[in-house]
Design a protein around this ligand. Sequence first.
Ligand code: CMP
Length: 490
Amino acid sequence: MNGRAAARTAWPVVAFAALLFATYHRIDLTIVRATGVPLDVVVPIIAFVGWAVGSLAVVRLIGVVIWDRVGTRGGRRPPRLLVQLSSLAVFVVAGVVIATDVFGMSLTGVIATSSVIGLVVGFAVKSLISDTFSGIALNLDSGFAIGDFVQVISRGIPGRLIGRVTEINWRSTHIATPENCVLVVPNTMLSESMVLNLSRPQIASEFEQVVVLDFEVPSDRAVRVLTAALQAAALDNPAIFDTKARITETSVAGVHYKIKYMLDPSRFAPGKAKHLIFGHMLRHLTAAGITLAHPKQDNWLIEGGPAHFRAGSAALRGNLLAQVDLFRDLGPEDLAMLTDRMQEQYYRPGAAVIRSGDAGESMFVLSEGLVSVRIAAAEDEVDVARLAPGDFFGEMSLLTGEPRSATVVAVTDATIYEIRKDDMAALFDRNPGAAEVLSKAAAERRVLSSAAVLKATPQALEAEKASIAGQILARMTKFFGGRRRRPVPA
Ligand code: CMP
């Protein structure tokens, strides 16, 4: 018990004891003698004050002896509603005693009067009473407590309400929603609803969403792409973990894939997590040339129907290149040249696509999966970047002929296309703009990888980028044997 609580409890107890002591020594007669007030006025006043202070002392002692101990033992604060109700019971008893003992009313009369008053008041505030008893039931039930994340499933509440319980009082339960609002739910309504406690038995719980893909998409490929997208979301925000993707059912619409993930809603709101996951999923699916299943009736209306590309097909390769910044401006002939020549490769999780220090004369475009770029640090390797479908890598050695500057490892199953130096050289001849994009990307990555970037000011960073881009272009011109005709500004 802290000092303030001790003082709050001590004064009514001491006052009550003093009053008893004084009564025993006939303080009433002393007051009558000193003031001249008649005895039959002084005695009821002393009795009234005695019962009032006594009941307050009992309430405070119950607080210290029962509620404080319950709180300490259970590790949680005792339900506020129960504490308030126990105090109310003590005051009601004291009130009845004052009415009968001090004011001389008959006990039956008091009970009868209070019953009639109770009936009238009860009828007037019946929903309040129902809320109060529901509040008691919710407290005793201890299905959820203040601080828990809950989902309320009720016919009266639209949508799937999720939020954190911030208060349970006489009338209502307050739930803070992810939209930064507080929803006040009457206790009666809550006690009649199903409440899913997302914080028990552990703070994180499983969430799931369903995506439907067409039958033509091979299921192992779909699972691979979805798994990589989920892992990308988990890497973005560690409140998401234990991600899984699997087939749950098939219907006329297509194959239903359930994506499951554990989420700690106290660290990342469920709505935001869903947004992040769907964002990654759409990016990975688009890069893999997979669209979500369309209602089948639409097949008659959409010209060409939904665009799915067979794994490894030229159409898929063309679709992929069209999404890579570097190749976005290529004409159909250049695109066709590259799609014909790029080589498909498949890597298992953990396999190295390129190793730092090796010689390399090709670059890669990631079609499915995730890869991580690692560079050697003082003692270990550090992850400097994670690349997703539509990203390219290996451009630095291809441009300059220098050894590979980093190790690139598949994080998930990955499908990657390799483009060789000769094919890129032919492309640069026809499209010098591609060389600029590539050298800028290489410069930016080199700066990011360098430890100096941590200390560099934004101005120094820009200057360093420009100078590295210039160096790369110069080396590139030499390496490609002066094939580039147009000078390119750094
Ligand atoms: P290269 O040096 O040929 O081989 C390793 C590749 O890792 C490199 O080309 C880049 O494509 C890539 N890389 C290196 N550093 C980064 C970075 N900071 N961000 C993204 N990719 C990088």
